[in-house]
Write a protein of this length. Sequence first.
Length: 312
Amino acid sequence: MSGATALVVGGGGFLGRAVVGELVRAGDRVVVPRVPWNDTEAAAAVLREAVTGLQAGDTPWRLVWCAGSGIVATGEQAFTAESTILERVLDPAGATPDAPGAVFFASSAGGVYAGASGAPFDEDTDPLPLAPYGRSRLAAEARFRDFAEATGTPLLVGRISNLYGPGANLRKPQGLVSQLALAHLERRPSSIYVPMDTTRDYLYIDDAAAMVAEGLAVVADHAVGPTTTKIFASQHGRTITEVVEAVSAAFGEPLDVREGHDPAATSHGRDLRFRSCVMTALDDRTHVPFELGVRRTVDAIRGSRPTDQETA
């Protein structure tokens, strides 16, 4: 048990909620700030005050940033507010923490390596984003890196592969497993905008959260860095065809999947398999088997949907 105080920004989101649970189990005192994200100035003020207060304490501290703007298809302008918030919150001027700390930033492996070639990609692969989303992740990584170097705080940048599992935000048009399941339950077809052999790495949400919590403890205890960049992935690629088959098996019936068209499809990498050569002890674990993770996801979405009688 670390006994640290952890400020989890984005603690109400998909990854953030799971990380909060892991940190609580590790013995941390977890704080999830209520942030008015629709008001950039107010959000920056709330977070700046929270981070300043965190660093001013006399116990070890953790800043865990799981919040993020947009998805692969999001345009450039949407990331302006996030950039402004990070600039205000991570201003190292005058930052002199009274106790040892550590920082985690959740970035996107798929976003930053979308245009790279020679999969599987690792931490030595040069990032090559194809869309504003990936470029914004690299810019945010740089902002956190500058903060870490200026304050002497160890930082873990987690470039995370495709997360899936119960609890994803179904209102966001992302997360293939969840969106396939939701469409099937709503009795509508699923449109696929990229070739069916498009390959991704799917990491179950609980596995990801456990790796984040463990990785944060490692960099805090050993002060490796100041910045360590690691790919968080299952290190097993699956095609869209394989994902559709797994979701279909979970339902016990075929899905209605159709070819669609979307201009944003060109921003998606064709083969996004990953391996990690950094902090490899974090990868030495038994991941939730993909088929089991898919069944859990389907069951959770099915359980959250009203029955036919309830909607009649």
